[in-house]
Design a protein around this ligand. Sequence first.
Ligand code: GYE
Length: 346
Amino acid sequence: MKRFFQSSVAILLMLAIITSCGSSTSKEAKKEQVSIDTGLITVGFSQLGAESDWRNTNTESMLSAFTKENGYNLIYKNGQQKQANQITSIRMFIQQDVDYIVLAPAMEDGWDSVLQEAKEAEIPVILVDRRVNASDKNLYSCWVGSDFELEGKKMCAWIKAFADRRGITGDELHIVNIQGTIGSTAQIGRTRALANASREYGWDLMAEVTGDFTESKGKEVMAALLKGYDNINIVYCENDNEAMGAIDALESAGKRVGPNIKNGEIMVVSFDGVNEDSLEYCRQGKISCIAECNPLHGPRVEALVETLEKGETPEKFNYVDEKLFSSLNAVSSITVDEKEYVVEEP
Ligand code: GYE
């Protein structure tokens, strides 16, 4: 493996200043500072942003796996939810001749050229969390993350079972989807699962609008949806931060949030299960169901690097197992693709 960039001892790189991250908080800028020590494996990590609790937990997991004690120089860059920033970071990693590039891509499309550049520089790329839609799968060595469509299918199976249990027919479910960042794997999978279930069960899926995975946008979008539709009884939020924002908007508009849709409550469901506040909402029944999305990928990515260091080929696609949380006792388990999932306490 190449170590040529590491020949000088402890070069302090103020990377935050070099690239266009004017909006970085000082905390983020601090995370982006790095000192390069000789003899360690250098990893450039392009994180897509800091939009959610999931993301922040994921970043922490990466930072605590790729430490000097574990044998790594980690160059962390926050892309601020912009693909252009991530492409700039990857080009910088290539110039610095890092040993590995880890990419958590904002969206799926548009990575071919920069991945080709990394390949020509013989730097292996590991994808984490979301995926890329590359013309050639050999442009990256492997991926680790969640099955986002499965998460969505589990959620829809839960909604279906819940509605059946309460004697609510499909056409009585008036749903809005507050989507994640458009074009990201998490959004594509979760949206597809809901659209397919709506078609299959005759649910009234009235609107799909992006909340960009943030609390503020979730709130804004929910307020707008309430102006457009007066019969919403299910809000499918593609992450917990959006759900927190949506609940805020619903309550500010005088709506009651909860599972008793027959009695006029509006049911909120979401994804992640990382943030303590949303888990608490789930315990209270304010969020009726959460499909877990596990962000603790640091050690998993490190294990993939170790495999590559040994000259071995890791599995191309590495999925993590995830749960389903609800405090309502109406549904104890659901089955998706012939596999049973027990609904657990949040
Ligand atoms: O669900 C959301 C985050 O890609 C799995 O991105 C990730 C999603 C996660 O912003 O909270």
